[in-house]
Structures are given as C-alpha cells and as structure tokens.
Design a protein around this ligand. Sequence first.
Ligand code: NI
Length: 651
Amino acid sequence: MAPASGTHPLDPLSKDEIGEAGAILRAGGRISDAARFVSIALKEPPKAAVQTFPDGPAPDREAFVVLREPRQRATYEAVVSLTRGTVAVWRHVPDAQPALTEAEFLACEEAVRADPRWQAALRRRGVVDFSLTVVDSWTVGCEGPADERRGRRLVHALTFVRTGPHDNPYARPVEGLRALVDLDGMAVLDVTDEGGPPLPPYAGNYATGLIARDDNWTAVTGPGPALRPIAITQPEGPSFTVDGHAVSWYKWRLRLGFTPREGLVLHRVGFVDAGRERPVLYRASLSEIFTPYADPGLVHRHKAAFDEGEYGAGFVVNSLEPGCDCLGEIRYLDVDVHDDHGAPVTLPRAICLHEEDVGVGWKHTDLRTGEVETRRQRRLVVSSFAVLGNYQYGYFWHFYLDGTIEFQVKLTGMVSTGAAGPDTAPRFGTLLAPGLYAPNHQHFFNVRLDMSVDGEKNAVHEVDAERLPPGEDNPEGGAWIARRTLLASETAAQRLACPATGRFWLITNPTVRNRLGEPVAYKLVPGTTALPQVHQGSSAHRRAAFAFKHLWVTAYDPGQLFAAGDYPNQHPGDGLPVYAAADRPLDGADLVVWYTFGDHHVVRPEDWPVMPVTTVGFQLKPFGFFDGNPALDVPPPRTHCSEGERRGSTQ
Ligand code: NI
C-alpha cells in the first residue's frame, strides 16, 4: 500500500496502515487466530532519512508490531513493510511479557468473578451480588532471572465492591484477598484469602448527584456557591496552525506523534531565529512510569507498576471535552490505535492544542522617567489525559514565547486504597474515611529527550554553585562560581539533583557558538527530587534502577527507547543500566538525555474521594542559545499599558 500523499516519515500510522499491518501478518500465515496484538506502531525511519526528507527519497513506511501467542506462551516482534506489503522482520523474543491489553484486563475480571474460591471469599464477607464487584489486574513483578513464573503471563487480581453500579469502586477495597491469574490461559491459578478488616462502610462518591448521599463519607451536602463564567475569547482565532501533524506557533515548529505505548510523542522541535529554524529536540516522549507502594500487606506488597511498559499509556487516553479539559480556541487531533485482533480503533479528540495567556512575560518600569514596558507571556499547550487504573495522568507540553519548553504531569483520579478496619491507625498510609486508607507511594516519570541543540553533536555539563574560601580575592566571603563539569561518558552521566548547590544540567553544542563565543546550550531545570524508597537490593530496585538517578545521558541508539527496557513486565531488570554499561563517550556525540521526576505521595485526607490535581514536571530553558532575550520582540499588548504609560498621578 503506498502511503497517502503528503505523509511525513514521522506521521503516526493511519487507521488504514494499522489495519494493513495486521492483514499482512495474517496473510503470511505466521500468526494464529488466538494471537493478541499488543502494539502496532510506526517504526520510525533512520534519522538521516528523516532529516533529508523531502529532498531525499521518502523512506519506506514500516510498522513495528508486538504480538502475544497465548497458546504458545510466546511473544513475537515483527517489522511489517507497508510500502512493500511484506514482513521484513519476524522474531520470537524469549522470556518477554509485553504490556497487558485492555481485552486481557477485562477478561481477567470475568474469569475471577466466575471462580468459586473467589466467590466463597466474597460470601464470607457478606457480598452476594458479584455484579457490584470490580476486579483490577496488577502486574506481579519479578524476583530475579531465575523466577520460575517468568514464562507464565501472570497478574494479581484485586477486588473492590461498589454499593451501587455508579459508585466509586475504590471506596470499598477487599483486604486480604488476592487471586493469581494466568492471562494466556485466562485461568485463575490460585486464590489467597487471609481474611482481614471488613469492607469500609462509606461509598466515597465524587459525582454530582451522588456526593450528597447519606452513605457517602464527605462533608459535602450539595452544590457550592455559584461561580460566574470565565470566557476565553480569541475573536481572530488561535495563533497556531496545524497541518497534518505539523504544528507551527509563534517561532516554534514541531511535529506530533503518538504510539500506543508512550502516548503523545513530539518530533523535531525547533525555534525560528532570524529566519532560520534551529533544532532543539529530535524526539521527546514519556519513556516509563514507575509507581511503587509502601505497604507490605498481601494485596499491596507487589504494587510496583511500570504503568507504561506494563499497561501502555497510549491506548488509555481520554476523548477530551471542550470547556472541561481545555478552554479557548481548541484544535483536537484524533489518534488511531488498535484492538487485540489488530483492527484499528480511533480515539477521537485524544490530543488537544490550545494557547494560554500566562501572565506577565517581562516588565520594567523606569524609576526616573516612569516609563513602563510590559509584555504578556503565553504558551502553546499540547496535552492528553490517560486513565491508568485508578489514577489519571494528564500530560502537558508547554512552549513559551521566551524559548522555554516545559513538561508537566497532572495527577488526579483515585488513590489506590486498602481497608484499615475500625479504630486502626494505618502504619503504611493515611486514613481517608472510617475503615479506609491509602498506602504511601511514589510516582516516577522518566522522559526521554533525544536532544538536538542546533544539531546532533551535543554534550552535557553539570553546573553547581561553588563557594570560594575567604581570602584576598574574596574579602567578604560572598564569592561563588558556577562550576561546570563535563559528563564525558555514560558512566559519569548518572546524576542526582542537588538543591543545595542549585544544580542544573546544560545540554550544549560544542560546535556552534553564540555571539559571545560560548557554545549554544539549553538548560535542564530539575523539578521535584525524592528518590524511590524501595530497599536497595530489592527486586523493585533492580527493575526500576533508572529512577535511582535523576539524570542519565546515553549515546543515541534508535533501539534504546525505554528507561526500564522494552518489556519490564515480569522482567528482572533492563533499560538504562544496560544501555549505559557500554560507557560510550558523550562529548560531541548524538546523545539522549533521560530525566526522572516524581511525586512523593504521602496521601492527604483531601486526596479523597477524588484527588485535586498535583502537578510535577521540569523545564528546558535556553542558556546562551540566543544572543539575548528571545521574547524582546514580542508585540506589546494592544492596550494603553504599552504606550510608555506614566506612573500614577503624583508625578
Ligand atoms: Ni499518588
């Protein structure tokens, strides 16, 4: 099938291409009727082919496909050439457990509900209407390379009981009950029932119409005071344009991508400076999420989710609603994913683009003349929202007029819960309502930044404040310098943030100088910094080693995309420590920056029954990339404040 005219080599697979990939594989006779399509995504062409496009030849359109054959208990990878209609690569991946599919997740719930041992356990707790139960699959982890369970596709199934069909399921967790399910055979292998505290008594609802119910644990009894409308109007439309997957806003240029595993992907982010588009990022995406829980109880001790590699962040994006998720002049992009059979599925309005005014961008008042110059700041927002079980993660990329790039994750939804029993103070978490608690936990987000600061030859320097000793050249003891240390190789480039020295990292291009003669650079400004609190030496530590360093830098390798490896599910440990083991040199290399930020979540009572958004993230800011303030030429606001307004009436 020839690609549609106008297709860019980095455009995500279209609906037709997804269907075609499945059809080519089936026609080749390699796969069974029972095969589950875990992932069908664009196999991105080599950088050189992308960078010469459209002057050079268009590279073949290829799909990278991951399949699970449940009868064989085997995982396969394929590269399908859509241009040639052939299977270019077909291989078995030993010991690989790919991400759970949505169909597996739902089938597991049905299998558990039909199990007599599980039914008996619920009857012992007084639950007879099993239609009110919710059964969530949680991955089981891995004890090490010798873990005998690795060949079986296992999950722990945890149970919750609603009081009505629309109630919050997470308000009434069943403590002390865990089922072990083999997803290949969709068979319940074991049901463990240790007994435990009773179901918490309150419904924990959050939806209008349910919150005022008298069996709900909340002080809310009805709607709050009325709020008057805020209307965002852009009578001339937004200042950005979308052409296919290419976005242009102010001086920013970027391409939007999407994969079932990562969700939103940004390609080829650049800034037009004096008429020339200067690259900053070749590719940026969320590479992994790690969410470990602190409670050693039966149903909680294995909760250490790799939300992306074990569940997939792209399949679960919301269809966004104007006026709810975003305000203003909005442009949406649909995305195409697929079902377990490889059939295309469109997720409408999955990516939102809009502009936001974010207050003052820069300002100065001349004390003596009273003249005021003020410019507004605004940003382009590219966002999506994913549902990962109880949690919702909003992913927000921001581009600012002053050359800053920001990535934020907004965490909301339900905290993961446990039953505490009456008059019990939970040791490993926070009481939320009578008999209900939430374990301490953490969320780590690793972003893979394939940097391209004015080209592919980059280097990373760590910058720390360093106090100088008092002496002749420091008579008042106030002298300090910004010490730059080159991170010359992959072993040296595994770093922690250090708020005490104001540490940051500079991604420079040693071959391109600014007008002051310095290498052009972007600065990575670290966000929040707690480390995983899992024991060093535990299996979770080996599996999530990436999260124990805030920053890693590796030499570019198109096969190294995920901080915890390609298949973290039931894997003893992969990803960044393996990638960096080669200790490749980084000075002047095509390099990839991996940055981890997190939310250290000691749950608050206010996080119940639904969490107010918590925002975590980081920024990339130009540092000598420009020869001065790149927002100097932002047009003044069309009001009197730009006209050299006199200060007050007293002058
Ligand atoms: Ni949390």
